[in-house]
Ligand binder design. Structure first.
Ligand SMILES: [Zn+2]
Ligand SMILES: [Zn+2]
Length: 212
């Protein structure tokens, strides 16, 4: 699995390209203001992006969806419970004093226990509400192996958890999602968060003050 990440001001939200080293097929996760860097990497490496996968629809995770769609011409996937946020991007921007543009329509909604493939890799979509109603964790690994890496959006960070003071947030539900959807993975499992550095399930089980 090849992973490239980029982040840009003002939110420094991590956008990801995850690709299969054998087939060069890739998925683009949460394209935001850093999307031009991701598109340039796709072109430089000769990757074929097959899906735009959203962990959730807060503004910082979707401001680059239109540019990604224009560059890759592939389906946009989202959990249906976050459609009100996606469709409300202009209103979300106003809350932060930003003038944002509407994004192209969502093409596909994740089904319960949705599984998607790119190259030799499997994406298992786990609904993890709490930071927002339609948050998901994308567990990605080779389809012939058990190991996964987790792309968790703003559900879990190194030493912290997602904020729950925005519309649809619920801290009790968030903690339940983290326990039932994320902490079930082995300690060595790598966690790629929506902001800040990577961590592991074991490090967060041991040291995250919100999970004690
Ligand atoms: Zn968020
Ligand atoms: Zn975020």
């Amino acid at each position: 699995m090849d992973i490239v990440t980029a982040a840009a001001p003002p939110f420094f939200k991590n956008g990801y390209l995850v690709s299969c080293e054998e087939t060069k097929e890739a998925v683009c996760i949460d394209p935001g203001d850093e999307v031009d860097d991701l598109v340039a990497h796709v072109q430089a490496e000769g990757l074929t992006v097959t899906m735009i996968l959203l962990t959730h629809a807060h503004l910082d995770h979707i401001t680059g969806v239109g540019r990604a769609k224009a560059a890759f011409s592939v389906p946009i996937w989202l959990h249906r419970d976050d459609l009100f946020l996606y469709d409300g991007i202009v209103e979300q921007g106003r809350m932060f004093g930003l003038t944002l543009e509407r994004q192209p329509p969502v093409d596909q909604f994740y089904a319960p226990d949705q599984r998607l493939m790119f190259g030799r890799y499997l994406v298992e979509v786990r609904h993890a509400p709490g930071h927002c109603p339609g948050g998901v964790c994308l567990a990605i690994g080779r389809s012939d192996q058990a190991a996964r890496e987790l792309f968790v959006g703003d559900t879990l960070f190194a030493d912290s958890i997602g904020r729950t003071d925005l519309p649809g947030g619920n801290q009790a539900l968030l903690l339940k999602s983290i326990r039932e959807q994320l902490l079930v993975y082995p300690d060595e499992t790598i966690v790629h968060s929506g902001h800040g550095p990577d961590t592991t399930i074991g490090d967060e089980k041991g040291g995250n003050p919100f999970l004690r």
